[in-house]
Design a protein. Structure first.
Length: 339
């Protein structure tokens, strides 16, 4: 049970990054008439997580290539292998850029913020991988509770109610593209823990726990954003619209939590990359992480918003095939077994 909760926080730390925590990613994919889409997302997300963790456990994997090979065959695995490395590399650049941009709100120069963020990333990998899991187990509960408190406080103070009208749910296909966008980092991170899993009960706890948590936050967050849609255009980060009028102490707390959400996503990205490359590069984990971060830093000059606008829709479309193979895997594997 405890291990399952530990993996649940690792999953939440991977998904709840800058885009999600800020509300921008949710608003881009969901918005109006999306209650059913979020319910569908919750179900397929739980199935996808469980299937990935089951294969990871059976393969006793330490990186994502064996998982891809089981899902889509050897030839396509090489294509997605390159794609996952590219995805992790580029999205981690986005997170490093976001980390520097967030610190600008505290009058810290952009490049100083980037340097601080990079050093903190490398230092975490100087310890064991338990440091990554411990970080998620501390930050993610605080962020989730903070988000719930902020969203519920806003809705209660503005007397908003949530109604799921099944006749007005035309945006349900967004469930598949939203899940597809997040499938690559899930495979990269969950494949790296196969050797550490003790049984499939951990996969059940982690998949249900992370799915229900994300589904609940997504529904409340999206409904809140729908209520204030008229003036969301004024804010680059929708969360700040929700926090408007909150006590300064809570605003500061949530700003720090947002920065830490960016940090945990960057950590997950480096972790996935280093796990995949460690067989090719015979060196300590921290040194590999340091080399990767140093290579990434020059690319941060392209900017947070520009990188997100180009990369996220592209990855969402490409990943749809992989998501379908994951969802069909339990049925197809049972059919193969009978043959």
């Amino acid at each position: 049970m405890r291990s399952g909760i530990k993996w649940m926080f690792l999953i939440l730390g991977t998904i709840i990054g800058a885009g999600y925590a800020s509300g921008r990613e949710l608003w881009e994919f969901f918005g109006f008439e999306s209650g059913l889409a979020i319910v569908i997302f919750t179900v397929i997300f739980m199935i996808a997580v469980y299937v990935i963790m089951k294969i990871s456990y059976e393969e006793r994997s330490s990186h994502f290539f064996p998982i891809l090979e089981r899902l889509i065959g050897k030839k396509l695995s090489y294509v997605y292998d390159v794609l996952i490395v590219l995805y992790l590399f580029t999205t981690t650049i986005v997170m490093i850029a976001g980390g520097g941009a967030t610190l600008e709100a505290f009058s810290i120069p952009y490049w100083v913020g980037i340097a601080v963020f990079a050093v903190l990333l490398i230092l975490l990998f100087a310890g064991s991988t338990n440091g990554i899991i411990k970080l998620n187990s501390i930050v993610i509960p605080m962020l989730v509770l903070g988000l719930f408190y902020a969203l519920l406080s806003f809705n209660i103070s503005h007397h908003h109610s949530w109604v799921l009208d099944l006749n007005k749910q035309y945006n349900w296909p967004a469930a598949f593209t939203f899940t597809a966008l997040n499938i690559l980092p899930l495979i990269a991170v969950l494949a790296a823990i196969g050797k550490e899993m003790k049984g499939l009960k951990e996969a059940k706890v982690a998949s249900i726990g992370s799915g229900v948590t994300l589904g609940a936050i997504s529904f409340v967050y999206n409904e809140t954003l729908v209520q204030m849609s008229d003036y969301l255009a004024e804010y680059e980060i929708p969360l700040f619209a929700v926090l408007k009028g909150s006590p300064f102490g809570f605003f500061l707390f949530m700003s720090i939590m947002l920065w830490l959400a960016i940090y945990t996503t960057a950590v997950s990205g480096i972790f996935g990359l280093a796990s995949r490359l460690k067989d090719l590069m015979k060196m300590p984990f921290w040194l590999m992480a340091a080399i990767l971060v140093i290579i990434m830093i020059p690319f941060t000059r392209f900017g947070f918003a520009n990188l997100v606008a180009i990369l996220y829709p592209l990855y969402g479309l490409i990943n749809l095939y992989l998501l379908v193979t994951i969802l069909l895997y339990p049925i197809l594997s049972r059919y193969r077994t009978r043959e």
